[in-house]
Design a protein around this ligand. Structure first.
Ligand code: FAD
Length: 498
């Protein structure tokens, strides 16, 4: 238990209430607490963070990067499922989302992928709008976003990989020969070879700025809705049926994530048909190859490996599976390379395999979250714009060319999925429908410019804002954590200077 944990109050009479203690919620809390403390000292109002209670998960799974896939479907996962989709051969996909302080960072694959220029531009556009007279404002907003990203990097301090498998090394050595593409070992959301979440940022604050950390109060409770009178939030309804009142001076920020935030707005009776729409996600096609270089396993390590990781944070235990990858020169696709058969791992680790997953970076398809009385219904919308399927098909062919033109061809034994015999467009598309998976990046369901305004306030509301993945109007090019952390720092600065 963190020292700043507090009982759920019957009334929030002052300060800021952040609903959701995941990536964005905790970075916001971190930044608001530092700023309020430095301006107002001990008179500063507190920053409440409300996070769902969550049972502990096995420590070795939570701490050891190599075990992250074992967290999926466990206690720290909300375990959502998408609706079965005809485009995906009738399949319904598991959609993990993290629960407990740290949010999806508790179960994610820890890749730190800095925003590209296109990400900064797209965020600035959606924060400002695209009218020509706003050109200067867009440039300035982009500059502020870059500053916010540097601040996010200071908080997160992403770590260089401390170990890389021979399989991923073979990929990098082979494809970098003569290629102008930027494939590299990913930096990690790790500290000393262990998983880092935004909860660690709050622990860091206790050490580096104890007075600021005292402003943060963490409440463990499930939020159901907010009570609204006119344009003002006046209370919080809890899942256990209780309510707490909220003074009108208190700012409420939803950071419940891409599923949680639209669900809150819907359950609170906010009447806006855009809520839950514009849902986007990266869909990855795993191209699985066999090789003779030995199997990779996350089973309990030898004592020596364990001792090495415990003392230095290095060795295979520090492997996050999705070790390396990158974008093609036009940023149409991202590749992720794992030393596993991604579709079978960790259940089956018998054979040597390399998966090269490929996904379209800017999918055009959009899905929607809907609600029945007791259920959240996710229509992911994959390939409802057919251009995404065509783009992914070209991505699969691009990976095949890459393998052929590099030394990899000699290192890999065979392509098992989609399978070398699947050469026609129809055959590859059938395999894509059968094997593609979420890359775990749902976003966009309370988008900037439609559900929330550029100051992150919910349209028509005076003291309710949203800051999390749901506000991303467009997909990030790569993995979203770094961009979201920057967005949270940017938003915090705006709230402070209001
Ligand atoms: C399996 C997986 C792998 C991923 N891998 C990567 C990766 O390698 N790199 C990368 O950049 N991104 C990755 N992501 C995506 C990244 O983790 C998310 O985009 C990011 O965490 C979203 O931040 P957020 O603040 O919007 O939501 P979250 O971090 O999910 O936080 C939302 C918080 O709200 C809480 N909450 C929700 N509903 C309620 C409620 N009713 N009451 C109380 N609390 C509630 C949740 O418990 C959670 O703590 C991955 C995600 C997953 C799930």
């Amino acid at each position: 238990m963190m020292p700043m944990e507090a009982e759920r109050p019957d009334q929030f009479s002052h300060g800021t209430v952040i609903l959701g203690g995941g990536l964005c919620g905790l970075i916001l809390a971190h930044e608001l607490a530092i700023s309020l403390q430095s301006r107002l000292g001990s008179d500063a109002p507190c920053v409440w963070v409300v996070e769902a209670p969550c049972d502990d998960v096995p420590q070795r799974d939570e701490q050891r990067p190599i075990r992250w896939l074992r967290l999926l479907g466990g206690k720290a996962d909300y375990q959502y499922q998408t609706q079965p989709s005809a485009e995906l051969a009738g399949r319904s996909l598991p959609w993990p989302r993290g629960k407990g302080l740290g949010g999806s960072g508790r179960i994610n694959s820890m890749i730190w992928f800095p925003p590209t220029d296109a990400d900064f531009q797209s965020l600035a556009d959606s924060l400002v709008g695209e009218q020509p007279q706003n050109a200067d404002v867009i440039v300035d907003t982009e500059r502020q976003l870059r500053v916010a990203f540097e601040r996010a990097r200071e908080i997160v301090r992403p770590e260089r990989a401390r170990w890389i498998s021979p399989t991923s090394r073979a990929f990098l050595d082979s494809v970098s020969n003569g290629s102008d593409q930027d494939f590299h070992v990913y930096d990690r959301l790790n500290r000393n070879g262990r998983r880092w979440t935004a909860a660690s940022a709050i622990s860091d604050l206790q050490r580096t700025d104890p007075e600021a950390s005292k402003l943060i109060r963490i409440v463990r409770s499930n939020v159901l809705s907010v009570r609204i009178e006119g344009d003002t939030v006046t209370g919080i309804g809890w899942a256990d049926g209780a309510t707490s009142s909220i003074a009108s001076s208190v700012e409420v920020i939803s950071a419940l994530g891409a599923i949680g935030s639209p669900t809150l707005l819907h359950r609170s009776g906010i009447d806006d048909s855009n809520i839950g729409g514009n849902l986007h996600d990266h869909l990855i096609m795993p191209m699985v190859h066999s090789h003779d270089g030995g199997a990779f396993s996350d089973a309990d390590p030898e004592m020596a490996a364990l001792a090495k990781w415990q003392h230095t944070g290095g060795g295979p235990i520090a492997c996050n599976i999705a070790e390396c990858g990158g974008l093609d020169a036009e940023q149409r696709w991202q590749l992720h390379v794992t030393p596993t058969d991604y579709l079978r791992f960790p259940k089956d680790t018998r054979r040597g395999a390399m998966t090269i997953g490929v996904n379209v970076t800017r999918p055009l398809s959009r899905g929607r979250i809907r609600w029945s009385d007791d259920e959240t219904i996710i229509d992911a919308g994959y390939w409802n714009d057919d251009r995404d399927r065509v783009e992914l098909l070209e991505g699969v062919r691009w990976v095949r060319d890459l393998v052929k033109q590099s030394m990899l061809d000699q290192w890999l034994r065979s392509e098992m999925i989609p399978g070398a015999k699947r050469q026609t467009d129809d055959a590859i598309c059938a395999a894509m429908a059968r094997y593609s998976q979420t890359l775990y990046h749902p976003a966009g369901t309370c988008a900037l410019g439609s559900v929330v305004d550029s100051d992150f306030s919910v349209r028509g509301m005076s003291n309710l804002r949203v800051v999390d993945a749901s506000v991303l109007a467009e997909p990030t090019i790569g993995n979203p954590t770094a961009t979201l952390a920057a967005l949270a720092c940017f938003a915090a600065k705006q709230f402070i200077h209001r």
